[in-house]
Write a protein that binds this ligand. Sequence first.
Ligand code: KG4
Ligand code: ZN
Length: 348
Amino acid sequence: MIALGIETSCDETAVALARDTGEILADVTRTQVQRHAAFGGVVPEIAAREHVEALPGLLQRALEQARLSWRDIGAVAATRGPGLPTSLAVGFQAAKALALRLGVPLIGVNHLEAHVHSIVLDPSRPARSGLADTLVLVVSGGHTLLAMYQGPGRCRMLAQTVDDAAGEALDKGAKLLGLPYPGGPEIERLARGGDPNAVRFPRGDVRALRPGVRMAYPELAFSFSGLKTALLYHLKGRPPPEPAELADLAASYQAAVVDALATQVSRALERIPTRAVGCAGGVARNAALRSALAKVASTHGLAFLAAPPEYCTDNAAMVAALGAALLAEGAEPTPLDADILADWPLPA
Ligand code: KG4
Ligand code: ZN
């Protein structure tokens, strides 16, 4: 069965086609980063309008890329939440209309579970290997969390950040260093020529959970807001850093983020029976993070599965793959009168 996937939860419009085996037949994305750059953040009204404009062309391109026609589509999957309400609505309503017109099931998927599921797209994963008891770190600009994955529809959140996401910390740090948005790739590029031990930045110790925030494993929570403050104070009253110093700062800052993430993964593995370790989300493109997590996994004698770099940042391949897998495992289709779920959390 071939599923069409639509992702419009934030500022990327994406369409993909996937088989229920996880094979990706087409994958097209249009990013709006340039459109929002002047405003210093995503403007919801502009994002929604851009999704409306981009979607028809992307649907056509995806079919052309896969050399398929509308008749070949057996299901329509779309991100139902969490995300920006106006952005989610564009993709989810389009998916409903397509499912109705094509007479195929609709499946609304959770964006966070789609990131978790994107580890199945790792080409090093043995075919038909199960996903049971896989600990997955999702690290993006909007989210940082640890989830236990048993397979499609069976995903539990163990812990998450109490303040900034890891990607947000990299983006804010990069801004303080005078680097363009998004800052993660810029920091990674500069860090290659720097000394990660030049400055000792805080490793994200969680001091307190916000009232009302409940997590299954609070001791596995993340915190990144202190890191950017430490960089701010480091830069205060000094002349702008020379290129060599800038590289050292980028390397030290990146090391603090990577260390904080790897430490919590390591702690989780000591507490929770796990069969494999995975990582996904935009920050999972980072080579230093991938190698640190691969090392943690191998220390525990576990396999390491990482979403391929092209499926780390927001994409529809993970949505189509998860939608197809859910239906193949017998999940109920989403009713056509369902609404978006802008605050849809992963179950704890
Ligand atoms: O998953 P994503 O596209 O969007 C969200 O859902 O947030 O992730 C974007 C985040 C940004 O914070 C960006 O700086 C970060 O991923 N990122 C990276 C790298 N590439 C993207 N961070 C570190 N190293 C990279 N190579
Ligand atoms: Zn995302």
